[in-house]
Write a protein that binds this ligand. Structure first.
Ligand code: ADP
Length: 192
């Protein structure tokens, strides 16, 4: 069983690469962003409570996101081949709590794969994605800049948490999708 934190700023390509990794390694994939968007679309109480954060490009509250993952683990950790966590943890508080939750299920994070992409490229990619994805938070340059600002201010530091456990692996996120995928696979294969 191999549990991977797929990490990187907004627009780094986590979702795209997660899908390919899921296929190749028969892992499961959980994206807190996808779950939150699903809740908003369905108009649930949870969705309504986070909508304003997402629209501004702010993070959802830690407790709420931690609950989403706790719930996911309850439902999915039995006989699971391994999970790719995409977009979680995004703060050190989330990372600490995550370790405790995993330990309760006799699980652990094996590695953090961090896609590194320069900021100008991120903005370009997100604007492009916004023109086709229908994601409101991708369509507006101010919201995009804020998401990157929030990433730099609150999320980037999570790499220190995993570096301290010797689990942080930086991967160049520039290039063709398949090139980046090959880099990720190489790091995973070395770990297996
Ligand atoms: P991206 O990384 O491309 O910005 P995501 O789909 O991962 O997109 O997340 C979309 C939004 O959902 C984030 O901007 C944030 O508001 C919220 N979100 C997702 N995951 C978390 C998390 N772990 N903690 C707090 N907020 C989150």
């Amino acid at each position: 069983m191999m549990n991977i934190v797929l990490f990187g700023p907004p627009g780094a390509g986590k979702g795209t690469q997660a899908q390919k990794l899921v296929e190749k390694y028969a892992l499961r994939h959980v994206s807190t962003g996808d779950i939150i968007r699903g809740e908003i679309k369905a108009g649930t109480a949870l969705g309504r409570s986070v909508e304003s954060y997402i629209q501004k490009g702010e993070l959802a509250p830690d407790a709420l996101v931690i609950n989403i993952i706790a719930d996911y683990l309850e439902r999915n950790c039995a006989d699971c081949p391994g999970i790719i966590f995409d977009g979680f943890p995004r703060t050190t508080v989330q990372a600490e709590q995550f370790d405790r939750m995993l330990a309760d299920h006799n699980m652990k994070v094996d590695m953090m794969l961090s896609l590194e992409v320069p900021e100008d490229e991120l903005v370009e990619r997100l604007l492009l994605r916004g023109s086709t994805s229908g994601r409101a938070d991708d369509a507006n340059q101010t919201v995009i800049r804020n998401r990157i600002h929030v990433y730099n201010a609150q999320t980037a530091i999570v790499t220190d948490y995993y570096a301290a456990q010797d689990k942080y692996v930086a991967v160049n996120g520039l290039g063709a999708i398949d090139e980046i995928f090959a880099r990720l696979c190489d790091r995973i294969d070395r770990h297996l």
